[in-house]
Design a protein around this ligand. Structure first.
Ligand code: F6R
Length: 613
């Protein structure tokens, strides 16, 4: 997501910071900034919206900024639009504390309100400015060391952070702290570096320390001391990085797609946390009120590709939990259909990029007819995010691989949260069932992790066996059908195998004539009330020669009587099984594509953001 670089040493800091940030560009960002100190002089802060090129031009490649100690940042907007004001570094108004930050501070609104009461003024919309001013507050209140001030602040912060901080009273020093956001420290003779990711410092040193969760570090020239949250010094072992630069960009994974598949537990958790307040769902930040939800008679979900598949799954969940009818439409079709939209309705547009031309056109049509619109969007400040009446952000971070995985999973979970809140606002769910379903949603990240930990090798093995197939079919019923659509798209787009998804009950109406000896049929059967029916459809294709891949929940071991290869997902309420069953299908497509030697992250003929019709 965002990128952090820090340096204190003998050489001029700004060119090193800009060089380090350029190595993190692949992660995606919308603005950048640096803060550099020349001895004990005040820090010079330079920041700009847009590409690093702008910052380079403003500073003559960093040469115009003097000083040998500094911090730098590339920002991917999460709180507040991409702008120079919101970009990092942020500073206390008197320049006492200056910091850059990665991660999400979940209770920033609460902390901001407290600081305002203490007389602090805020200029940006970011959670980072809150962190900076909180540290400043404790530094001045207790008159202790920077480590004391950071510790006081960090115990009050909920969420994730990697922080790099400079204090006016401590020239040529940088302080770092982290929780659930990566950060490393590199050391060389007389020079210390810090970065959110290895590529930023690989050119300078391979000797690094990994700063642990809830740990702090004090960097001086060529030296680092670590502390725990009680302010006690702790010892850490130096490690040597063996990766080459390209592997480092991908966090050691062979491809971005695999890296993004593995990021899913974290980003799904971040997306859930973004709408949780005091243990329940709160859509305050989205702006959709309970009153709005009560008045809505019809929901239209409009999107393209994988985002459309999320809509199909969300339709089943919303209709199961509420009395609202849901219509899911492909944006490219919807925009030319001359249908009458029901006045008291809500249009939900789903888009990772927030720029997809057809989805944007559908949103504008809805706005022209005066119906309420909600965007489920990943990119803050994108066209859809700006134009929709309300926005529910997915916190997937930048997705580099063309084939979506982590953004899809975040969109799906956003759909569940929306469905649950609709049911609650409309009085259509008991408190007990609401609490139970919310608890189930909160188990999704750890269950995705379990699938990633347990099933990778088996799926890789199976993928190797099917690399040469020419056709594939995905079947399922209800939510399983929606996930089959996504599994089928993943397989075809990156492995170029012809693949179709069918509602299992439709097979007899035509597609079954395509089944012949050794045709591979991926069968998804996680929905309790539909399980036997799907298994009957599996038997029908098996008797016509199909080879069956079965995907079901632990406990349904009889699946092995029918399927040739079975993958199990952890038990979860049927409504949310899609978040788990999609994971083996993502891994499968990935390994088939790798097995065929294709460019997994950049499949032919496809673009990450489809801004034309
Ligand atoms: C498939 C994929 C696409 C996108 C579609 C919509 O892996 O990524 O099908 O889902 O192009 O894109 P967004 O979500 O940016 O509107």
């Amino acid at each position: 997501m965002c990128g952090i670089v820090g340096f204190t040493g003998i050489n001029q800091a700004a060119p090193i910071l800009l060089d380090g940030l350029s190595k993190l560009e692949y992660r995606g960002y919308d603005s950048a900034g640096i803060a550099v100190r020349d001895g004990s002089a005040e820090a010079e802060i330079v920041k700009a919206k847009g590409k690093l090129k702008v910052l380079r031009e403003m500073t003559n490649d960093g040469n115009a900024v003097t000083g040998t100690c500094g911090i730098g940042h590339t920002r991917w907007a999460t709180h507040g639009e991409p702008s120079t004001l919101n970009s990092h570094p942020h500073s206390s108004d008197d320049g006492n504390v200056i910091a850059v930050h990665n991660g999400i501070i979940e209770n920033y609104q609460e902390l901001r309100a407290k600081l305002i009461k203490k007389g602090y003024v805020f200029h940006s919309q970011t959670d980072t400015e809150v962190a900076v001013k909180l540290v400043d507050y404790y530094y001045k209140k207790y008159l202790g060391t920077p480590v004391d001030a950071l510790n006081h602040a960090l115990v009050r912060i909920r969420g994730s952070y990697a922080l790099a901080v400079m204090f006016r009273d401590y020239p040529e020093e940088i302080y770092a702290a982290r929780k659930d956001s990566p950060m490393i420290i590199g050391i060389k003779d007389g020079e210390s570096y810090l970065a959110s990711d290895v590529p930023a410092i690989l050119k300078y040193t391979r000797n690094v320390y990994y700063i642990g969760n809830l740990e702090l570090a004090r960097l001086t020239k060529g030296n680092v001391i670590f502390f725990n949250l009680d302010g006690e010094e702790i010892q850490k072992e130096m490690k040597t990085i063996e990766w080459d630069a390209e592997a480092a960009e991908k966090g050691g994974y062979e491809h971005f797609m695999l890296k993004e598949i593995h990021e899913q537990p974290k980003v799904v958790q971040d997306t859930i946390n973004s709408v949780m307040k005091n243990g329940t769902i709160s859509f305050d930040s989205v702006g959709l009120t309970d009153e709005d939800m009560r008045s809505i008679q019809q929901i239209y979900i409009v999107a393209c590709g994988s985002a459309y598949h999320v809509g199909v799954a969300a339709q089943y969940v919303i209709e199961s939990l509420t009395s609202v009818n849901v219509r899911v439409e492909l944006a490219s079709e919807f925009r030319y259909r001359k249908m009458k939209l029901i006045p008291d309705s809500l249009m939900i547009v789903i888009s990772q990029s927030g720029e997809t031309a057809d989805t944007l056109a559908a949103l504008r049509m809805a706005k022209d007819t005066g119906i309420k619109t909600l965007g489920i969007v990943n990119v803050v400040g994108s066209s859809i995010a700006r134009e929709a009446d309300n926005v529910l952000y997915t916190l997937a971070g930048p997705e580099i691989s063309v084939a979506t995985t982590k953004a899809y999973s975040c969109q799906l979970v956003a759909g569940y949260l929306l469905a649950l809140q609709f049911a609650k606002a409309r009085g259509e769910i008991t408190d007990a069932r609401f609490d139970q379903l919310l608890a189930e949603i909160n188990t999704i990240p750890e269950k995705i992790q379990k699938i990633l930990d347990d099933d990778k090798e088996r799926i890789q093995w199976y993928s190797a066996k099917i690399v040469n197939i020419k056709d594939a079919f995905f079947i399922g019923r209800g939510i399983d059908y929606a996930i089959g659509m996504e599994g089928s798209l993943k397989l075809k787009e990156i492995s170029y195998i012809h693949s179709e998804a069918y509602a299992a009950g439709e097979l007899k109406h035509g597609p079954i004539s395509l089944i012949e000896d050794n045709t591979v049929v991926f069968s998804i059967a996680t929905q309790r009330d539909l399980y036997e029916k799907t298994v009957s459809n599996m038997v029908e294709v098996k008797s016509r020669g199909a080879k069956l891949f079965g995907l079901t929940t632990y406990g349904n071991y009889a699946m092995e009587d029918t399927a040739d290869f079975t993958v199990y997902i952890p038990k979860i309420d049927d409504l949310f099984a899609g978040s788990l069953s999609v994971i083996p299908l993502q891994l499968l497509s990935y390994h088939v594509s790798v097995g065929k030697g294709f460019d997994v992250d950049k499949p032919r003929n496809l673009a990450k953001s489809v801004t034309v019709e």
